[in-house]
Design a protein around this ligand. Structure first.
Ligand SMILES: C[S@@+](CC[C@H](N)C(=O)[O-])C[C@H]1O[C@@H](n2cnc3c(N)ncnc32)[C@H](O)[C@@H]1O
Length: 225
C-alpha cells in the first residue's frame, strides 16, 4: 500500500498549520480557473463538517429556498443567509431565475466560506450583534436563517441577529421541536414545505415564515407551480 492509501497515517503538522493549509486550499480551489463559474457555488463544494453542525440541504431544497427568497426579496432586493450557506450558494450558481437581480450575503462561522469574498460576513451566534459596521440595521428585504443548534439558547441569540438584519420578512429553517420557541421569538408559522438534506437527519426539520408564503401550503417539489 502506498503512503497516500494509508488512512492510519497521522499528519505531523500542528492543528494551526493544518487549518492555515486548509484555508489556503479552499481559497485556491474556489479560484481555480479550470472550474466553471458555477462550480465553486455548488451545494457541497465545501464539505460538511459535523463538528460545526453542518448538514447541507439537498440540491432541490436549496433551489426551492433560493427561489423563495428571490421571489420575496423582489427586484433589486437584498438577502441575508444566516448560517445557511447552501441557499447562498444556490443564489450564486446562476440557476435560479431572477437571482441575478438580487444581492445576497452569507453570515457564517466557518471561515472556508471566506472564499466568497465580500459576500462573506463572519458570524458567531454567541455574539449575535457583533457584525461589521457596514452591515446596517434593517437593511435586508428577507433573512433566511438555519441556526446550528436546536436549543432555545441558540435560537434566541440567532433571533436577535435576524431582528437586527431584517426589514420584516423572516424564513427560518430548524427542527419542528423549535416551533413554540420560534413563534414566541419571531412570530413565525410552520410551513407545510418539507426541507430535505443530503443526509437523513434524525430530527424532523421544517421551515417557518412570518409572511404569507407559498411554502405555507406547498409540501415539496417545485414551488414555482
Ligand atoms: C444546521 S447547519 C445549516 C446549514 C443549512 N442546512 C445549509 O445547507 O446551508 C448550521 C450552520 O451553522 C453554522 N455554524 C456552526 N457554528 C456556528 C456558530 N457558532 N455561529 C454561527 N453559525 C454557526 C454551520 O457552519 C452551518 O452552516
Amino acid at each position: 500500500m502506498s503512503d497516500s492509501d494509508d488512512d492510519d497515517d497521522v499528519p505531523a503538522l500542528s492543528a494551526h498549520t493544518l487549518a492555515a493549509l486548509q484555508e489556503f486550499y479552499n481559497e485556491t480551489t474556489a479560484q481555480d480557473e479550470s472550474s466553471t463559474p458555477g462550480d465553486q457555488f455548488a451545494v457541497g463544494a465545501v464539505e460538511e463538517d459535523w463538528r460545526m453542525s453542518q448538514f447541507w440541504y439537498s440540491d432541490e431544497t436549496a433551489t426551492q429556498l433560493a427561489e423563495e427568497v428571490v421571489r420575496e426579496a423582489g427586484e433589486g432586493g437584498r438577502i441575508a443567509c444566516v448560517s445557511a450557506p447552501s441557499a447562498y450558494q444556490k443564489l450564486k450558481q446562476g440557476v435560479v431565475d431572477g437571482a441575478d437581480r438580487v444581492s445576497a450575503v452569507v453570515l457564517e462561522y466557518d471561515r472556508r466560506f471566506a472564499a466568497y469574498g465580500d459576500d462573506f460576513i463572519f458570524y458567531d451566534y454567541n455574539e449575535p450583534l457583533s457584525l461589521p459596521a457596514h452591515v446596517a440595521p434593517q437593511s435586508f428585504d428577507i433573512v433566511l436563517a438555519d441556526p446550528p443548534y436546536l436549543s432555545e439558547e441558540c435560537l434566541s441569540k440567532v433571533a436577535k441577529t435576524i431582528q437586527y438584519l431584517s426589514k420584516g420578512k423572516v424564513l427560518l429553517c430548524t427542527g419542528a421541536i423549535m416551533e413554540k420557541c420560534a413563534k414566541q421569538l419571531l412570530d413565525v408559522r410552520m410551513c407545510s414545505f418539507l426541507p430535505k438534506h443530503n443526509r437523513n437527519l434524525s430530527n424532523e426539520f421544517r421551515c417557518f415564515v412570518n409572511y404569507p408564503s407559498r411554502l405555507l401550503s406547498c409540501r415539496g417539489a417545485s414551488t414555482s407551480d
